[in-house]
Write a protein that binds this ligand. Structure first.
Ligand SMILES: CC(C)(COP(=O)(O)OP(=O)(O)OC[C@H]1O[C@@H](n2cnc3c(N)ncnc32)[C@H](O)[C@@H]1OP(=O)(O)O)[C@@H](O)C(=O)NCCC(=O)NCCS
Length: 310
């Protein structure tokens, strides 16, 4: 099986059907490469590994370098796997297995002790990952509310303003003090999220003690809801205040699909959100060395938000 890195591929055109078949990801090389150059998770990595058969790309596995904070307070990189896809005509020939093992080789060469990936319990890939040594780390508790009364107060007109990234970063850093995991951020990373997530000041409520970043989703006549992407606040009182402000912007519904902060989940519960502790979606981990223990390195304080899922 001929394996090449994304960077070595002469033409990336065939990734469009491959990734669209797998995820509905209409891969656009020009915009992807533009972001990959400034994304700290991709800028120094091979980006991905591909199997090429008779000159055609038939399988892909993406790789990222993820900065984490350990319980010792050290910044330690781990491997991140994304975009695992094999063409429907080429499945069950060991292509993904070969590519994921190639990714592991890359991670080990970098000295990484863990590999992480996000998937769903309900798809065949979950058993593929288990076979390769991954175990479930955590699911994603969620909260949903249908807006029965129209609280909408705020209509924002005019040009969208820039997000106050400096302020957001200060509040975020305060919030993640004492936490481990995917909590290493700088302004460049926030600028990247701003671009890739299309966030503007209109998609944010902020006060001195916290902020909520969200996306207003309107799909034809169907959804007019607010999808909360990151909710950060110092305590339950501030969370309630911010949630009130978000509700004032919501027309039909609000949903937060990743509530890893227990006190936030409690706030949603007290505000009559429908809470689900379990999810199909799951983060999985594999130790890359025989002595690596995820629990020892991160204790039980591993944290990330919906914006960090890859
Ligand atoms: C999941 C997917 C990536 C597997 O790719 P692949 O190249 O066929 O994987 P492999 O041939 O290396 O399979 C390895 C093992 O995974 C499991 N597996 C793979 N496909 C399976 C299927 N359709 N049913 C049951 N088990 C399956 C089997 O244990 C298999 O070993 P076996 O063939 O010896 O029984 C491919 O089906 C795909 O692209 N699916 C759509 C996209 C997707 O779901 N990606 C993962 C997102 S997290």
């Amino acid at each position: 099986m001929k394996v090449m890195t994304y960077r070595e591929l002469e033409s990336k055109d065939e990734l469009l059907p491959l990734l669209d078949h797998a995820f509905g990801w209409t891969f656009n090389q020009r915009s992807f490469d533009k972001f990959a150059k400034i994304d700290p998770r991709l800028m120094n990595s091979p980006i991905g590994f591909c199997v090429v058969e008779s000159g055609h790309v038939v399988g892909y596995v993406g790789v990222m370098d993820l900065a984490t904070l350990t319980s010792n307070g050290d910044v330690e990189y781990v491997g991140g796997i994304y975009g695992v896809a094999t063409l429907p005509s080429h499945v069950r020939k060991g292509i993904s297995t070969t590519l994921i093992n190639e990714a592991h080789r890359y991670f080990r060469d970098q000295g990484y002790r863990f590999s992480l990936l996000g998937t769903s319990h309900t798809i065949v890939a979950h058993s593929l990952y288990q076979k390769l040594g991954y175990t479930d780390l955590f699911e994603r508790p969620s909260a949903y509310k249908i807006m029965t009364q129209n609280k909408t107060k705020t209509t924002i007109k005019g040009k969208s303003q820039k997000l106050d990234l400096d302020r957001i970063l200060v509040i975020y850093k305060e919030h993640v003090k004492g936490k481990t995991g995917l909590v290493v951020r700088d302004k460049t990373y926030l600028e990247l999220l701003e671009k890739t997530e299309g966030l503007t000041a209109r998609d944010c409520v902020i006060n001195d003690a916290g902020y909520v970043l969200f996306r207003v989703q309107k799909i034809g006549a169907w959804v007019n809801g607010i999808w909360i992407r990151e909710f950060v606040a110092s305590d339950s009182k501030e969370m309630n205040k911010l949630l009130d402000l978000v509700e004032e912007r919501a027309k039909d519904m609000i949903y937060d699909r990743t509530v890893l902060d227990r006190s936030l989940l409690q706030v949603y519960r007290s505000c009559n959100y429908m809470i689900h502790e379990r999810s199909h979606s799951v983060l999985m981990v594999k130790p890359l060395t025989s002595d690596a223990s995820f629990k020892q390195v991160y204790s039980n304080r591993f944290f990330m938000t919906g914006l960090d899922f890859f």
